[in-house]
Design a protein around this ligand. Structure first.
Ligand SMILES: C[S@@+](CC[C@H](N)C(=O)[O-])C[C@H]1O[C@@H](n2cnc3c(N)ncnc32)[C@H](O)[C@@H]1O
Length: 368
């Protein structure tokens, strides 16, 4: 009996010791947390903000978009035509296809080629030279890192495949003068360069450090002699002042503005270049402007475009016409999920089976 009593006592003592130890550890951890962890991590604040805003905006769609946003995103491999070894065979052997020249079949994840002869009349001249490989719907295989060719140029650039849509929608034609106003780190610039149609390209980003990053990206994908060509210019101007710098110049202007970048969102809602409306002055009369963001936010998308149209007329007497992009969404509806019923522009919304986007795009034509 005595032995049992001693054993229980020992056990209790050990428990108390363990508990003390635990408390100490917990306290230590608590102290560390208090010192290093912010009370409200920006990601949680962003999620709360999105829950409030996007429930109202997207309604029943929000839970599926939310889970996709919180899951691993999907990439596309933009083929680098400047590379000697584009690596198609390798990509095809892995089961991916160029989503621009191939269209998903109705049944599941197989791909079906669009016959050039049977294609419906298409008001855009989709550049045959832009190619972006994606894995089929529901397939979350990751791409291998791109390999360099004998000159050190990488064979593909990994980016959100939906980011190629603004470049396709821009509809660059032979000899066009093009301004890429917010270009860094350069994914869309690279896509535009793949067209091999641009007569003159101005690549701009107001951030000097990001412009340096963009130059490095270009050096990894574009031959030196091409980068040194007079038909290409890299600048670091504030795009909101472009109308004062150079107006009535460009056939095409890509305005891929800074936004809350929903997937990594930490920023404020009010930093938007297009609301200044001077950007539209950069386009020549008849020229086209493609506004794009990577946010679902109504404020940063439709509202900005509406305000841009209003201010362009009010302040600069410039009339802008919205160009429909519905044919583009029809063409690629089996690769991307598009938001239904937007009255202005189109939007790719993330979905677990095709986790691209968000990408909003709206095209405007300058009438006078
Ligand atoms: C969404 S990112 C552009 C992404 C780029 N188009 C791509 O495809 O890789 C927005 C860019 O706008 C730039 N930016 C912000 N304010 C600007 C301004 N006032 N004028 C020009 N660029 C600006 C930022 O430095 C940032 O690199």
């Amino acid at each position: 009996m005595m032995a049992l009593y001693i054993d229980i006592n020992r056990l209790l003592l050990r428990k108390v010791k363990d508990l003390r130890c635990l408390t100490q550890i917990r306290n230590r951890v608590k102290e560390k947390w208090a010192a290093t962890r912010p009370k409200h991590p920006p990601t949680r604040v962003a999620l709360q903000h999105f829950d409030a805003t996007y429930t109202a905006q997207l309604g029943q769609l929000w839970p599926s978009v939310r889970i996709a946003l919180l899951s691993e995103r999907k990439y596309g491999a933009l083929i680098n035509n400047f590379s000697q070894d584009a690596g198609f065979a390798d990509l095809e052997a892995q089961g991916c296809r160029d989503f621009i020249s191939f269209r998903d079949g109705e049944a599941g994840s197989s791909f079906e080629h669009i016959d050039a002869n049977s294609q419906q009349p298409f008001p855009l001249h989709l550049s045959q030279n832009i190619r972006c490989f994606v894995f089929p719907k529901g397939d979350t295989t990751r791409f291998k890192p791109a390999k360099p060719d004998q000159f050190g140029l990488l064979c593909y650039y990994l980016m959100d495949a939906a980011s190629v849509l603004p470049c396709l929608a821009l509809d660059v034609q032979e000899g066009h003068t093009v301004l890429d106003l917010c270009a860094a780190p350069g994914g869309k610039t690279l896509a535009l360069l793949q067209t091999h149609m641009i007569g003159y390209l101005c690549i701009n980003d107001s951030s000097v450090s990001r412009t340096l990053r963009l130059k490095k990206v270009l050096q990894s994908y574009v031959p030196k002699q091409f980068l040194a060509d007079d038909r290409l210019r890299i600048t670091s101007f504030d795009g909101t002042k472009w109308g004062e710098i150079e107006s009535n110049t460009f056939d095409r202007v890509l305005v891929d503005v800074p936004c809350t970048t929903d997937r990594h969102s930490l920023m404020e809602d009010d930093n938007n270049i297009f609301s200044k409306s001077r950007t539209v002055q950069a386009a020549c009369p008849g020229g086209e402007i493609l506004y794009s963001t990577c946010t679902l936010s109504l404020n940063q998308n439709l509202n900005v475009v509406e305000q841009g149209i209003y201010l362009a007329e009010k302040n600069h007497d410039i009339r802008l016409q919205v160009v429909s992009l519905q044919h583009l969404t029809k063409m690629f509806r089996n690769t991307f999920h598009f938001a239904p019923d937007l009255h202005l522009g189109e939007m790719v919304i993330p979905h677990l089976t095709a986790n691209f986007g968000p990408i909003y795009l709206c095209k405007l034509r300058r009438l006078n």
